[in-house]
Ligand binder design. Structure first.
Ligand code: KIV
Length: 277
């Protein structure tokens, strides 16, 4: 059964951790739902781990809608959050139009946008228009250039204080949850204790109300860059390569396909076609 926003928020209040992973396609979403994940994020990390861009910046609305649709088909009974890509929510009207696409066409349950105090009016506008919004603060990959790269945020007074005020602002604006990315664990713990809405951490320590990871990182499928906060539970990149190598070798050695993988027919039928008059 799909969890409602209220149920997710109740879980956090009662100390039950919320699980979230990204998915971008039908089979992964299907498997995550079968594994009883609480929520799925169609992250714009899609751009890097699936589409091969060098950042999330080039990701388009059409790409997000396309992949959100696939995820929804794979996980009809899971709470799905879809990312608003870079520069798709600069004005309230643009944010509403694009969020509407993710919800009406992609069938997402909520949208996520990167930003704190500055984006609070957009979060409020979307919320008033019936769009559930997840905020994302701390390290915000879409604007990582401004932040000095993919670096931990909130280590000094100014930056920690900004993140704290961002958290307060997005909650006040109506966000249903907030993702805290790459911030010191003690800061995330204090923010979590102060907020009513659930905090979902990624590189933000164990005290958050829930955790999210990019599924390709967890499965060891994306080898270009592995952040410190990732735990690789599998090494699928290696498994895939060795399976492909074995397949290639067996084809070259005529070991695959075997009769077990082939179809047979009556010899008489075959002979009657190939018999010359
Ligand atoms: O795009 C994404 O996958 C994300 C997560 C890293 C939280 O925003």
């Amino acid at each position: 059964m799909k969890k409602t926003i209220q149920e997710l928020q109740k879980m956090a209040k009662e100390g039950n951790k919320i699980t979230m992973l990204t998915a971008y396609d039908y089979p992964t979403a299907y498997l995550l739902e079968k594994a009883d994940i609480d929520t799925i994020l169609v992250g714009d990390s899609l751009g890097m781990v699936v589409l091969g861009y060098d950042s999330t910046v080039p990701v388009t609305m059409d790409e997000m809608v396309h992949h959100t649709k696939a995820v929804r088909r794979g996980a009809p009974d899971t709470f799905v959050i879809a990312d608003l890509p870079y520069l798709s929510y600069s004005t309230p009207q643009e944010a509403l139009f694009n969020s509407g696409r993710l919800i009406k066409e992609g069938r997402a349950d909520a949208v996520k946008l990167e930003g704190g105090q500055y984006f609070a009016p957009i979060i409020e506008y979307l919320t008033k228009n019936g769009i559930p919004v997840v905020a994302h603060i701390g390290l915000t990959p879409q604007t990582s250039t401004q932040l000095g790269g993919f670096k931990v945020q909130g280590k000094d007074l100014e930056s920690a204080s900004k993140i704290y005020h961002d958290a307060l602002a997005v909650e006040k604006a109506g966000a249903i949850m907030v993702v805290l990315e790459a911030i010191p664990a003690p800061l995330a713990a204090r923010i979590t204790a102060e907020l009513i809405i659930p905090t979902i951490g990624i590189g933000a320590g164990e005290k958050c109300d829930g955790q999210v990871l990019v599924v390709h990182d967890l499965l060891g499928l994306y080898e270009k860059f592995v952040p410190k906060f990732v735990k690789q539970y599998e090494n699928l990149a290696q498994n895939i390569q060795s399976a492909v190598k074995q397949y290639c070798q067996e084809v070259k050695d005529s070991e695959f396909p075997t009769p077990q993988h082939s179809f047979q027919m009556e010899e008489a039928v075959l002979n009657s076609i190939f018999t010359k008059d």
